[in-house]
Design a protein. Structure first.
Ligand code: F0G
Length: 362
């Protein structure tokens, strides 16, 4: 009798984006790599969203909420912190609507640096605040919105020995462009449309850099139209002017003066893309649809990309392949999930099978 030898399927451990894409990134052997093995996030098909659009449109999400701190920021932060450490920095600072602060805190502490984060008082989702605190950042809430917080940290970083790790730091975008590389590797080419939420407009610029780099090296044959989506109450790039008091349920992108404004316009122009606003109601519809119909729990700001695609569904070419970027994990914002679901909150029942069965309608 022969014995079937079965061994567990193993794959080589993913090394994180710097090692995986080393030749595309500004690192040398002297760069100390601070990594949490970020990147390599799944590209997941959305059959129900595809069906809602029809016309053989193929829709995927790049779920970057599955990074180590739960958002795409990890891709940029591994490089920004590694380069800060290489330059001898002992502390980093950022302004944040939440995700940047969580990533900055995690990577800075892992690299042995101090992290200072400024957040808009009262407008950071609970999970993100909890992360920054537990990762050991010095968290300072300021009486003002994200744009004011960013003004503050720019001034502080220009005068004191602390490295700015917002997306003005060029290493952030270099790291984030690796998401575009992964999309191309997974699909074998770039998609026709790339739908992405836009706040400070760093990520849309980073993706475009990544696609262009791969295109120049013949690793993809086409370039996508870059479709940027902003929350309607916080849509400076749609309106063509800054928004002084931005408001939206998608607190991650509650930004009225994007620092990467010029870059974002250049991306729109070069890719024949567009900026479009989506209302909070549309964002929340997509947020619930993704969870309840596709099994994907992202944060409200991330659902903006899918809300935008659904809004523009009649403009999507027949047979097109579309990738929507889901930038952050749903667990980041438990308050939003509890407030905006349609499930009935039932009173607690006694631990009795008959009563449980009755309560669920049998
Ligand atoms: N989605 C999420 C979940 C975000 O946290 C952000 C930005 C964006 C989208 C927009 O990306 O700024 O590159 O256009 N969050 C920043 C922060 C502002 O502080 O965490 P962007």
């Amino acid at each position: 009798m022969t014995t079937l030898q079965t061994s567990p399927r193993t794959t080589a451990a993913w090394p994180g984006i710097i090692e995986a894409f080393r030749s595309h990134l500004p690192v040398t052997d002297a760069t100390p790599i601070v990594t949490l093995r970020e990147g390599n996030t799944p590209l997941i098909p959305l059959p129900r969203v595809s069906a809602a659009i029809g016309r053989q449109v193929e829709v995927w999400v790049k779920f970057d909420g599955l990074n180590p701190t739960g958002s795409f920021k990890d891709r940029g932060m591994t490089l920004a912190i590694s380069k800060a450490k290489e330059a001898g920095a002992e502390a980093v600072i950022c302004a944040s609507t939440g995700n940047t602060s969580a990533a900055a805190a995690a990577y800075a502490r892992r690299g042995g640096l101090r992290a200072y984060v400024l957040i808009p008082d009262g407008y950071v989702a609970l999970g993100k605040l909890a992360q920054a605190l537990l990762y050991g950042a010095e968290v300072l809430a300021i009486q003002g919105n994200f744009d004011r917080a960013l003004d503050m940290v720019r001034q502080v970083a220009s005068r004191y020995p602390v490295t700015l790790v917002n997306s003005l730091n060029p290493y952030r975008l270099e790291g984030q462009k690796t998401a575009a590389f992964e999309v191309v590797q997974a699909l074998g080419d770039a998609p026709d449309w790339l739908c992405i939420p836009v706040g400070n407009a760093g990520n849309i610029s980073a993706y475009w850099m990544g696609f262009c780099e791969y295109h120049q090296q013949d690793r993809c044959q086409r370039l996508p139209r870059m479709m940027g989506f902003q929350a309607a109450g916080s849509a400076p790039l749609v309106l063509g002017q800054p928004v002084e008091a931005p408001e939206t349920v998608a607190t991650a992108i509650r930004i009225g003066r994007p620092v990467n404004w010029e870059r974002a316009l250049a991306v729109q122009h070069a890719s024949q893309g567009a900026f479009t606003g989506v209302t909070d109601a549309e964002i929340l519809d997509a947020y619930r649809f993704l969870a309840a119909e596709e099994g994907i729990f992202c944060e409200p700001a991330s659902a903006t990309s899918v809300a935008g695609l659904l809004k523009l569904k009649d403009q999507v070419p027949t047979g097109a392949r579309v990738v929507c970027v889901l930038t952050g994990n749903g667990l980041k914002d438990p308050d939003a999930a509890l407030q905006h679901n349609t499930a009935q909150q039932r009173p607690a029942v006694p631990p009795d099978p008959a009563q449980v069965a009755k309560a669920i309608g049998f």
